[in-house]
Design a protein around this ligand. Structure first.
Ligand SMILES: *Cc1c(COP(=O)(O)O)cnc(C)c1O
Length: 806
């Protein structure tokens, strides 16, 4: 790529706005400038993109394909500028032309093609694969409607459709020449060929065209540009209809096909058994496999027997696990392999990442649904199951009585996680604790059967987006202090450990946090009208709203503090600003109640002069990647308070640690690994451990009612909910009261409350020693390099994929 200096960039923007809009730069709108700059960057990337593709075609390295129903990529203009080495000159050029770069970048709308952590992980992985020179690509769906846009009306979440393609998306290229033709449903007939082999004939199928839209994935200053391929479903054009009825039926049919890539399911970690969802999954799987096999054939030109030497497919959770029977189908029905050879090939190609052990999130599909939608795939899954169960019966008699718990097909359902384990050569968890739970509890029978298949790959985040780009002040301070090598080698952030007692350095660190908080305070004021105390602790919980993540515990703490202050207005507490960001699945009633509660508490607390502004509660609407980028650099305290054993890893914890926030959290997910790195004095740990949680579930000895009776702080809060202290409308939170007590508090909010409050008091004390706090903050930053997704991808590459840097 050519190096751009500021004047060249100024020139390029001026001539682009002229050629694209026939406007002089001072007549151009900020939106037009956004498109002009995007076009310049796109052009700049195109050369490297072509070269990267050509080199893969020529050298035929083994490539990894990351299949995921979600890619939460966030804004691309700024990250493409950064990674292609044009960021600083673009910033300066825009300023020279009289535009605020931040405003220009804000013109881009986040493609909300994911729900939360799982989708964001996929995006961080793409960034790291390209930046580490690995030939790795993403395959996903180009939903016309992404994650809904959240608005609060009277404190309630409302969902607006996210038609993100209303304006052209400058980073995608439609590739008609790469479109593939696919079929759903219908009936299958097995015919005997003359040589005795079987042939499948399909009748009355629905025919769909899968059209790819490719998005470049730019490596950090290394000329590598990989591909994120997003599939769009389109009807196949059929010639004129003979009568009106047919015509309307035809239109309706076309509409139903477009629906396949119509909307993203806004359900985080719980599955709604929907036919459309299976169609979406199969659509991703078959389109991607066809495209992968087509490329293999045209580049490698060898029998598909050698596929595993050139292709490895990582499936992100079970959502794409139909790829396993689908590859079997292609190998047998289209390529003529027998079962055993096809199975040998297939099980060397797939690797599966497990993301959750929440039982409601484990996908199971009714047999009848798969049979009618994917009749041939059902036959294959049935055969996989049959052979798998027989294998246990004959070769592992010790597991015979476990067959009902292990069978791929059981209770009239297909268990997708079991299918994924049986059909993959690798099964990984996403943090050490999570992998241990998989091995010793959730999937322990499978672990006995395939001990070598299971492995851990602790998640990570791209430090380029989450530190260099989101927090340039901090990134610059780090570079001034230890040089810039850390950007390519994030583990070198540990060189900062030399400065933990260096006053001038810590002071600068403190000033930067202060400036970031000032920026966020400004944003909060503009977005909500709330004025927050910039000196207060910015206490942040941003993540999907879910009972196991326990936003309720957080707001109970706020209510408790408010009650204390009301009783004793002189109470000496450190002022705090509680910042929330969270979307609830539209069908998740309880989660939406919690949103309403937080908003109600906010309106009471924020408007009560008697507490003298010591507490503020801010719930920012529409949490997404770009909002996360604004909040995280300003966080002092990172809330990671899930019920132990429930959060597979968490990645929000890593982003905030990297930006100097201290964690308050349970021993769950990657919090444990953070604690082991930074040490006990630099993190605030409380609450039940996962073993204790499991024991409670097993022995039934926990009584929420007892805790509620015995702890006055808790009974007071629960009574306030029951009796409508916070609900302006009558008693609207009594459901929360009843829900917690009648379900015996399955997430142990009441049980962990005391430890949480006590630990929050320790946070207050620690925050008052400014230089000590800053030193702790620095220790967190210094150890955060381990949580760069570069480390994670390196582990996948050598431990699972066996691929080489190009
Ligand atoms: C990182 C991220 C998440 C995941 O957050 P957790 O705290 O790990 O649940 C979810 N949504 C967005 C937009 C993110 O950037």
């Amino acid at each position: 790529m050519t190096k751009w200096n500021v004047d060249e960039f100024v020139q390029a923007i001026v001539s682009k706005t002229e050629s694209q809009y026939e406007k002089k730069i001072d007549e151009a709108t900020i939106n037009e400038v956004y498109y002009a700059v995007s076009a310049i960057v796109s052009q700049e990337i195109t050369g490297s993109w072509t070269k990267t593709k050509e080199s893969y075609q020529k050298n035929n390295p083994k490539q990894v394909y990351y299949l995921s129903m979600e890619f939460l990529i966030g804004g691309l203009l700024e990250s493409n500028l950064l990674n292609s080495g044009m960021w600083e000159s673009c910033n300066q050029a825009l300023v020279k032309l009289g535009f605020d770069p931040v405003e220009v970048y804000r013109q881009e709308r986040d493609p909300g093609l994911g729900n939360g952590g799982l989708g964001r992980l996929a995006a961080c992985f793409l960034d790291s694969m390209a930046s580490l020179h690995y030939p790795g690509h993403g395959y996903g769906i180009r939903y016309r409607y992404g994650m809904f846009e959240q608005r609060f009306i009277n404190g309630y979440q409302t969902e607006l459709p996210d038609f993100w393609l209303k304006n052209p998306y400058p980073w995608e290229t439609r590739r008609d020449e790469e479109a593939v033709y696919i079929e759903f449903g219908g009936t299958v007939h097995m015919l005997k060929r003359n040589d005795g082999s079987l042939e499948c004939k399909y009748e009355n199928t629905d025919k769909v065209l899968a059209v790819p839209y490719d998005v470049p994935v730019v490596g950090y200053k290394n000329q590598v540009v990989n591909t994120l391929r997003l599939w769009s479903a389109e009807p196949i054009f059929v010639s004129s209809q003979s009568n009106t009825e047919d015509y309307y039926r035809h239109l309706e049919h076309n509409h139903s096909i477009e629906q396949i890539s119509g909307i993203l399911y806004p359900d985080d970690s719980s599955e709604e058994g929907k036919r459309l969802r299976i169609k979406q999954q199969y659509f991703l799987v078959i389109s991607s496999l066809k495209s992968i096999v087509k490329d293999y054939k045209s580049n490698v030109r060898k029998s598909l027997i050698h596929l595993p030497d050139y292709v490895v497919i990582q499936i992100n959770d079970t959502h794409p696990s139909l790829a396993i029977p689908e590859l079997m189908r292609m190998l047998m029905d289209e390529e003529g392999f027998g079962w055993d050879t096809a199975w040998r090939i297939t099980t060397k190609v797939f690797a599966y990442t497990n993301h959750t052990i929440l039982s409601e999130a484990l996908e199971k599909w009714p047999i009848a649904m798969i049979k009618s939608l994917l009749p041939r795939l059902y036959m294959i899954i049935d055969e996989i199951n049959e052979r798998f169960c027989q294998g246990i019966w004959f070769d592992h008699p010790e597991l015979r009585d476990k067959i009902p718990d292990m069978a791929v097909i059981a209770d009239n359902q297909i268990h997708m996680a079991r299918l994924a384990i049986v059909g993959s050569f690798s099964v990984n968890g996403v943090a050490k604790l999570h992998t241990e739970i998989i091995k010793t509890q959730e999937m322990k029978d499978f672990y006995k059967l395939y001990p070598n298949r299971f492995n851990n790959k602790t998640n990570g985040i791209t430090h380029r987006r989450w530190l260099v780009m989101a927090n340039p002040r901090l990134a610059n301070l780090i570079t001034e202090t230890i040089g810039s090598r850390w950007i390519k080698h994030p583990r070198e952030l540990t060189h900062l450990l030399r400065y933990t007692k260096n006053r001038p350095f810590l002071e600068k660190l403190g000033q930067i946090k202060q400036q970031n908080k000032k920026d966020l305070a400004k944003y909060i004021h503009k977005a909500t009208g709330i004025v927050v105390d910039e000196q207060s602790i910015f206490d942040v919980q941003i993540k999907r709203l879910h009972e196991y993540k326990r936003q309720l515990l957080n707001i109970f703490h706020v209510i408790y503090l408010y009650n204390e202050l009301k009783e004793n207005p002189q109470l000496d507490i450190v002022p705090r600003t509680f910042i929330f960001g969270a979307k609830a699945a539209p069908s998740y009633y309880f989660a939406k109640e919690v949103i309403k509660l937080i908003n109600t508490v906010a309106s009471v607390v924020n408007h009560d002069p008697s507490i003298k502004g010591k507490l503020k509660v801010v719930f920012l609407e529409n949490y997404n990647v770009s909002l996360a980028e604004k909040i995280i650099p300003a966080a002092d305290l990172s809330e990671q308070i899930s019920t132990a054993g429930k959060e597979a890893s968490g990645t929000g914890n890593m982003k905030m640690m990297m930006n100097g926030a201290l964690t308050i959290g349970t021993l769950d997910g990657a919090n444990i690994e953070i604690k082991n790195l930074v040490g006990d004095p630099n993190i605030f740990i409380f609450g039940l451990r996962s073993e204790e949680v499991f024991n409670y579930y097993q022995n039934g000895e926990y009584s929420a009612n007892e805790t509620y009776q015995n702890d006055e702080r808790i009974s007071r809060i629960l009574h306030q909910l029951r009796d409508g202290i916070f609900g302006q409308q009558d008693l609207e939170f009594k459901d929360i009261y009843y829900h917690i007590l009648s379900t015996n508090d399955p997430y142990f909010i009441l049980e962990d409350f005391d430890g949480y409050v006590e630990t929050q008091q320790l946070v207050d004390q620690a925050y008052q020693h400014e230089s000590k706090w800053l030193s702790k903050s620095l220790i967190n930053i210094a150890h955060s390099g381990k949580f760069s997704s570069d480390r994670t991808i390196q582990e996948y590459a050598t431990g699972i994929w066996r691929i080489e840097k190009q």
